[in-house]
Design a protein around this ligand. Structure first.
Ligand code: TYM
Length: 354
């Protein structure tokens, strides 16, 4: 793909597990609508996935599975560049340069850092110091510095391509703010180098919630399997999870702040079917939650069945996936080297003799 005149978008997902319908509705489904208007770079960020405990064999499997899911969800490799982060030199190099202009306090304040540290048994105190939440936590785990540095690597992912825009779900808003701050700080320190990337956050679907605890975001790594709908879940599993979703003790089918479970189901139904929430509320007037859940399940299964069929073909075709990754990495590397060269010059590094 060589369409340099179009604005550039860059966005990524972590292969920490299987992709969820949160990833699909908040992110990938939207990315697929941008292929003709933007020069697109879609990364699978395997280096981010090692900040949490993992098994190498699973990472390898999940990374390739994520690539196949990207394509199955509509990211056409003929109109976009799909690549694996570790295939492109420059992400970690740029992260190092950016880390040297990032105050540690900015990273310790990040919501996702605090959440991940809390899962390991740590709290971030008033002065940003890490404290054990309970006796015994010290013996069980430590917070690795990769977890703290995560948003700097993410900023590098974006700035390495001088992306104009970054389409993401709502949970990435704070990380993007930091990325914009770092780009501005670098430009200010060394002179104009980076484009300041704009976040693209969809109006609907940007925050799909857990089916079991609608106060929390739906996540790949939720310990409770019935809280999360995975793109590759069998239709029977999808239906079972949706039918057991938490609602409330009333019966009115309406999206409202005090009805987070029902609102979440309506959001999923609306973004899956393309119908507005208001139209769905109107058509289900007088019905019970059982009917709502059945309709949601039908919409989810109808949307995901073709994706799953395409996925099965793709994941069996290793040669095809390799060819996609080869051309994706080549295109990404070309752009990355250009930006990295500029960054090195601005930072005062001596050019390597040719
Ligand atoms: P990740 O892998 O958690 O999620 C990938 C994309 O899916 C969106 N998303 C959701 N949207 C709506 N509802 C949800 N429940 C939900 N869960 C996830 C995310 O907002 C994201 O757009 N740090 C990033 C990966 C990353 C990245 C980047 C993204 C690394 N480098 C550079 C953009 C640009 C992450 O963990 O995404």
């Amino acid at each position: 793909m060589s369409e340099a005149s179009k604005p550039v978008i860059l966005t990524c997902a972590q292969p920490t597990g299987q992709l969820t319908i949160g990833n699909y509705l908040g992110a990938i489904k939207n990315w697929a609508t941008m292929l003709d208007d933007y020069e697109c770079y879609f990364g699978v960020v395997d280096m981010h996935a090692i900040t949490v405990k993992y098994t190498p064999a699973d990472l390898r499997k999940n990374t390739l599975s994520c690539v196949a899911q990207y394509i199955a969800c509509g990211l056409d490799p003929a109109r976009s560049n799909i690549f694996i982060q570790s295939h492109v030199t420059g992400h970690t190099e740029l992260a190092w340069l950016l880390s040297c202009i990032t105050p540690i306090g900015d990273l310790q304040r990040m919501t996702q850092f605090k959440e991940k540290a809390a899962k390991l048994g740590f709290n971030v105190g008033e002065g940003n110091e890490l404290k054990f939440t309970h006796e015994g936590a010290r013996a069980q785990a430590s917070v690795n510095s990769g977890l703290l540095m995560y948003p700097v690597l993410m900023a590098a992912d974006i700035l390495l391509y001088n992306a104009d825009a970054v389409p993401v779900g709502n949970d990435q808003r704070q990380h993007l703010e930091l990325c914009r701050d770092l780009a501005q700080r670098f430009n200010h320190t060394y002179s104009e180098t980076f484009t300041i990337p704009e976040p693209f956050i969809p109006e609907a679907g940007a925050r799909i919630m857990s089916l079991q605890d609608p106060g929390r975001k739906m996540s790949k790594s939720d310990g409770n399997q019935s809280a999360t709908l995975f793109i590759l879940d069998e239709p029977g599993q999808l239906r079972k999870k949706i039918m057991s979703a938490v609602t409330d003790s009333e019966s009115e089918i309406v999206a409202r702040e005090d009805k987070p479970g029902v609102s979440n189901l309506l959001q999923i139904y609306s973004t899956m079917s393309g119908r507005s929430v208001a139209a769905i509320e109107e058509s289900l007037k007088g019905e019970g939650y059982g009917t709502l859940k059945k309709d949601v399940a039908d919409a989810v299964v109808a949307q995901l069945e073709p994706v799953q069929a395409t996925y099965k073909e793709l994941i069996a075709d290793k040669a095809y996936l390799e060819s996609v990754l080869k051309s994706g990495a080549e295109a990404a590397q070309k752009r990355a080297y250009k930006v990295l060269g500029k960054v090195y010059r601005k930072a005062g590094f001596v050019e390597r003799p040719r």
